[in-house]
Design a protein around this ligand. Structure first.
Ligand SMILES: *[C@@H]1O[C@H](CO)[C@@H](O)[C@H](O)[C@H]1NC(C)=O
Ligand SMILES: *[C@@H]1O[C@H](CO)[C@@H](O)[C@H](O)[C@H]1NC(C)=O
Ligand SMILES: *[C@@H]1O[C@H](CO)[C@@H](O)[C@H](O)[C@H]1NC(C)=O
Length: 424
């Protein structure tokens, strides 16, 4: 999986340079209200057995840790609705079939929630997508499980944001997409920028690593993960295959977890486990924000005017018959920050907007649907900085996020940045 993550990162760089130009920024229009009711949790059967044992009570998953989260009333922006063309592409059709069902008040009937526990059958996909058989197999897998949103949690940290049973005022929660193999990355983060402590002015930082399970083709690291979770108390593991195209599902379950277990958090940093973060600089920046800005914050390196890449050889390939239209402006998924005040609406809208295989594009869609405009910050370098500056601590003093650094590079940079001898 490490190699996969690496290739992923490298492709981001290439893709960002290949992206087509497309103008899609409209002024914010009026919003429609829609109510998304609770839906029952169902589970998918037939996928590989989890390699870690669920948090069990008498042999049963501890259901009280899996309480369903109420899906709240969300506003759907017209900017988003008008950005998505009504076309024959599968995703577009799914989206429009949901839109058509909005009632006069703009409420969404329960039957139209785009996610449920079922797998879509191959027959149904072949009927609905003429060239489905020509899709790469990972795209086919994605489509089959596109509605699956309720995997069980296998390793939880229900007390991550509390002390002595009382909620903590966590300023910043690092939520880092990781996978079983990436122990060195996680350990580096624990030792450096992800340390859980009170920073300047008593600001509290907490860190979680968000994982799925490995597939049957990979060595079973479940036992190690359980031990690691006991030792460090920062792993969240869900029962789904940890693949690139399941990162959207990973985001969805993480949002749910945050609402349940860290609802009072001020800001969330979502990113990869191979980024370098200047935690002090981020905290300082967040502290300096105008209160009006705080509750609507979606901050990062913003990729605007992008469109799907249509070359099947590219990792980010999106077939014409799957999605048609531009991408919304979105923050590069290597690392971005958003306001904890947005957790509930963001989670709710993920029940409504069909899943998209590229997680950061999907997040951008959700924020656009909520009418939140992304904010660019020059300190987020998800496509890295010039080669000559990569070991220069002074250059990193003013940066917030750099993608990507090896564990060794991160340790070196951190030691230099923390050194009292550093003069820039
Ligand atoms: C189940 O989880 C809840 C919530 O985290 C916890 O309070 C409770 O003690 C757990 N039950 C058992 C029997 O472990
Ligand atoms: C699950 O959702 C899909 C897409 O909205 C729908 O076609 C399917 O009928 C739903 N299945 C169930 C059992 O509700
Ligand atoms: C996502 O995880 C589910 C559950 O493990 C699995 O059935 C599905 O194939 C995975 N999807 C992809 C695209 O890997």
């Amino acid at each position: 999986m490490k190699g996969r993550t690496g290739a992923f990162a490298a492709t981001v760089v290439i893709c960002s340079c290949l992206i087509f130009v497309y103008t899609n920024l409209n002024p914010e229009g009026p919003v429609t209200r829609c109510v998304i009711p609770d839906i029952p949790v169902r589970s998918v059967t037939g996928h590989p057995r989890p390699s870690v044992t669920p948090d069990t009570v008498d042999g049963k998953v501890n259901r009280s840790q899996l309480r369903d989260v109420r899906i709240s009333t969300v506003h759907l922006s017209t900017v988003f609705r008008t950005a998505i063309p009504q076309s024959g592409a599968f995703w577009n059709r799914k989206f429009y079939s949901v839109l058509k069902k909005l009632d006069k008040k703009g409420n969404l009937p329960k039957s139209e929630i785009s996610g449920n526990g079922t797998l879509e059958s191959t027959e149904s996909l072949q009927t609905n997508i003429a060239d489905f058989n020509k899709y790469p197999s990972i795209h086919q897998d994605f489509l089959r499980s596109m509605h699956f949103r309720s995997p069980d949690i296998l390793i939880n940290q229900p007390n991550k944001c509390t002390s002595n049973g009382k909620p903590d005022t966590v300023t910043l929660l690092f939520a880092l997409k990781s996978s079983a193999q990436n122990f060195a990355q996680r350990q580096t983060i624990r030792q450096t920028w992800g340390q859980e402590k009170a920073y300047e002015n008593g600001l509290l930082v907490r860190t979680v690593f968000v994982l799925g399970t490995s597939s049957s083709e990979e060595p079973d690291l479940g036992k190690l993960l359980s031990l690691e979770a006991q030792e460090f108390g920062d792993l969240l593991v869900w029962d789904f295959k940890d693949t690139f195209f399941n990162l959207t599902l990973k985001e969805h379950v993480f949002l749910k977890w945050s609402i349940l277990h860290c609802p009072q958090v001020s800001f969330i940093f979502k990113g990869d486990d191979d980024v370098f973060v200047n935690t002090n600089a981020i905290l300082k920046y967040l502290k300096s924000l105008q209160p009006a800005k705080v509750s609507k914050l979606y901050l990062g390196q913003i990729i605007s005017q992008a469109s799907p890449l249509r070359d099947p050889k590219i990792k980010y390939y999106v077939p014409h018959t799957f999605y048609d239209g531009p991408y919304p402006p979105y923050a590069g998924g290597g690392g971005f920050v958003f306001s904890g005040a947005l957790l509930e609406s963001l989670y709710s809208i993920t029940w409504f907007i069909p899943f998209f295989p590229i997680d950061d594009v999907y997040t951008g869609m959700c924020f656009q649907a909520l009418g939140i405009v992304p904010e660019k910050h020059q300190g987020f370098r998800t496509f890295d900085i010039m080669e000559k500056d990569r070991e220069n601590a002074c250059v990193h003093k003013d940066l917030l996020v750099v993608h990507r650094r090896s564990p060794q590079q991160t340790l070196r940079l951190w030691q230099r940045l923390e050194s009292p001898l550093l003069t820039c």
